[in-house]
Ligand binder design. Structure first.
Ligand code: ADP
Ligand code: MG
Length: 355
């Protein structure tokens, strides 16, 4: 085990920002922590990096206490690299100067600069450039190269891709994941972007209001969110009133469906959750499962408003090239692939449609 947080809480005055956060990160693995803005992600990273002290709890690295009620190892002595949201390169230093900044003057310094340039797939031609002469993606990779240069035990990444536009974001993320993989460094990334979190790490943790509400391999967390809130936070989700049959099935507006995970704590009246990608609309048919009440073109997709027989309404997207098959008024068949996840019935009535 590399990094260990135990019962970490943090308050600023009367405001509690983190509450009893605990997790371990295995050596050489990547953990992505996802949470809404203001959920405490940056504060958590700053505590691990040593820029903030926890109010209670402890941080340990490879068996060494970094922070607790009596200890607080200085940030520069932790062996932890930190990449801030904007990269925060020194504007008056070249790429070489930025990367070499944290390295002692020695004959091997220049060699190390070249090593991490290669590790992060940066062209050596960029060495003499200043930060303002780099693209946003290059700046972030230089920031990562600078953090990797002193060979830290752990790298912390605070929303490193959020300032990049969509196309560049995916490309930069892939380049950085490849560099992290090659270096074998233990990494924690925090982000508010669900897709990024789901694709980045070996482990995924969800933080909400300063508490870790779920952690595990990304596919497991996505497949079986412990609460309806986590399910909704991680991606578009559809919730339908349902009742259990007692034989591993649930009956809802789509008929009788298999139950993948039952997190409802029993009871007959429950909520069934499924992802829009599980729905397959076919037809049109004479006697369908649903009626198209409206069809709207929206970019590369057509949004269909569907009304099921019991009146349950939802919006479903089909590819643009397929959209013409489903004019308003037609009846369609609806198939659901994969099972549903059950939660306790909501106190208020279920909202139709997808997020
Ligand atoms: P995130 O990175 O998830 O957006 P932060 O950790 O930056 O969240 O902030 C969490 C909460 O803590 C916010 O409400 C923020 O205003 C508060 N906070 C962060 N740092 C301080 C500080 N130094 N003093 C007071 N409140 C702070
Ligand atoms: Mg933040």
């Amino acid at each position: 085990m590399t990094l260990q947080l135990s019962d970490v809480s943090k308050s600023f005055g009367a405001t509690t920002v983190l509450e009893a956060v605990g997790f371990e990160v295995e050596r050489g693995t990547r953990l992505a922590i996802v949470g809404a803005s203001g959920s405490g992600k940056s504060t958590l990273l700053r505590i691990i990096a040593g820029f903030e002290e926890p109010t209670t709890g402890s941080v340990g690295l490879e068996g060494r206490r970094l922070a607790d009620s009596t200890t607080n190892v200085g940030a520069h002595r932790r062996g932890i690299g930190y990449v801030a949201q904007d990269g925060a390169l020194f504007p008056h230093l070249t790429v070489r100067g930025n990367i070499a900044f944290g390295l002692r003057r020695s004959p091997s310094r220049e060699k190390r600069v070249h090593e991490v340039m290669e590790l992060t797939s940066l062209d050596p031609e960029l060495l003499e450039r200043y930060p303002h002469q780099l693209s946003g993606g290059q700046q972030q990779r230089v920031a990562l190269a600078r953090a990797l240069a002193p060979a830290p035990t752990v790298i912390l990444l605070d929303e490193p891709f959020s300032a990049l536009d969509t196309g560049l974001r995916a490309h930069t993320r892939e380049a950085m994941v490849a560099a992290l993989e090659r270096s074998g460094v233990t990494t924690i990334l925090v982000t508010h972007d669900q897709e990024e979190a789901l694709s980045f790490g070996h482990q995924l943790a969800v933080i909400s209001g300063g508490r870790l509400v779920q952690a595990g391999p990304p596919s497991e967390v996505f497949d079986a969110p412990l609460s309806a809130e986590v399910a909704e936070f991680l991606g578009a989700a559809l919730f339908l009133p349902a009742r259990t049959t007692g034989s591993g099935q649930a009956v809802c507006a789509f008929g009788e469906l298999d139950v993948r995970h039952d997190l409802s704590n029993g009871g007959q009246a429950v909520r069934a959750m499924l992802r829009p990608s599980q729905l397959h609309v076919g037809g049109p048919t004479g006697e369908g499962d649903a009626r198209v009440t409206a069809a709207r073109q929206n970019g590369s997709t057509v949004e269909l408003d569907l009304s099921l027989h019991d009146g349950f309404a939802l919006t479903h997207r089909v590819p643009l090239y397929d959209g013409h098959r489903f004019p308003a008024g037609c009846a369609v068949s609806v198939r659901v692939d994969g099972g549903v996840v059950l939660y306790a019935a909501a106190a208020t009535s279920d909202r139709a449609g997808t997020r």
